[in-house]
Design a protein around this ligand. Sequence first.
Ligand code: ADP
Length: 451
Amino acid sequence: MHDNKPFNQSRRRLAGSYAAVMGIILSLCGVTAYQMLAYAHWQAITQELKSVSGTLHDNLESKLMQPGQLSAAVEQALPGLCIIGKNCTNQPSDRHILGIVRQGDYYIRFLDQSGRVVAVLGQPPKGLPIYLQQEQQTLKTQTGTRYHQISLLLKATDRSPWGYMQIGRSLKEYDDHLALLKLLGLLGLPIAMLLVGAASWGLAGLAMQPIYQSYKQMQQFTADAAHELRTPVAAIRAIVEATRDSNPLTEQEAQATLAGIERQNTRLAHLIQDLLLLSRMEQNTLTTTQHPCCLNELVEDVVESLSVLEIAAHVKLLTQIQVFEPLYVMGDENQLCRLVSNLITNALQYTPANGKVTVILERADQYARISVQDTGIGIAPEEQSRIFERFYRVNSDRSRHTGGAGLGLAIARAIAQAHHGTLSVSSELDQGSLFTLALPLIFFSLETLKP
Ligand code: ADP
């Protein structure tokens, strides 16, 4: 396929289309997976923050006495809480009501009603603006780090407004995670595309292979057909040229010329007929009349018509009808005659003088079996599957004298297949060959056969 330009072009186009479609699908899958991961992560962060803030809110509200003032109970509940204006270490401790708050990326701020920061727990980022309007905010510091924060209104025990509590966490881990995912996607996509491209090229090659094979076969067929047609045409030209040179032409020479031309013409006509038959069978455009055919009669008729060849080849042609009832198959009688006749003609041709060809008709379950057995030259095992190919001859030089073009068995198998049957061979060199044709039987009562 490498040397064939149109096929390579189609392969490239096919691979390109595969790769483009796969690229779009991969990109869509990548973007969707990214969005889903980001969403799931974000949900986890906000849920955690909500549950921490809710628990703290419920715990602390019962400990708040005066607005803007944090009681000792609150300080006890939140060890490490830094009250603004007091000397505090601001060291988070392990003993918080919620252990999560001690994690480095969490902070809590208490603000009075005017928005002044009263106390701080954890490490709130510097330069974080104070928003009290919304319950949830995503904020960005000057350094570019993002924070997600929840602001809650706190009430003192007498239900009067106390101030606000803000609990937030850094989104650095979340943003880093997403950035890494993006980077992986951006780096992974070209690598994935390279792999997809290579796979597409291979797949396109695989897809093109059968088309290329049949294209090659067609090319071979055309070349073989042209070669076979050229032989009789060249022979006719040679005869005509030889006749033109002999001047004056005797009556005998004229007759010989005409006989020669007729012979070559017949050969040409047969060849064209065979080619047409094969191509029509292949395209399923052959109009055949299928009706019940009695194989007992058919075999006897064909054997009888070939008895002339039997005499000429000095080969004994025997028939063994090993059934007591007539075997019927549905089919085209002319084609079936052609098939059996091809097998017997070959057997006679490839069996030396004093040999024997036996045609056997028998029944094998739901099939009728016609076997043509000879004691001829046989076929080597490696050739046995190839002899059914069009124009294939085991030894082209050897069988050329038989006048065959190598189409006989190809036609025979095509006819067998068109009749839902099979044609197979088993053979041994110098021992003989056995061609077996199996055709599905039809069964009907004798009444229906009466005119
Ligand atoms: P051809 O017209 O050359 O006989 P076929 O298609 O009928 O073409 O047969 C293909 C080849 O198979 C033949 O050239 C021959 O070599 C081989 N062949 C067919 N039948 C026999 C047989 N009965 N014994 C040995 N060789 C055979």
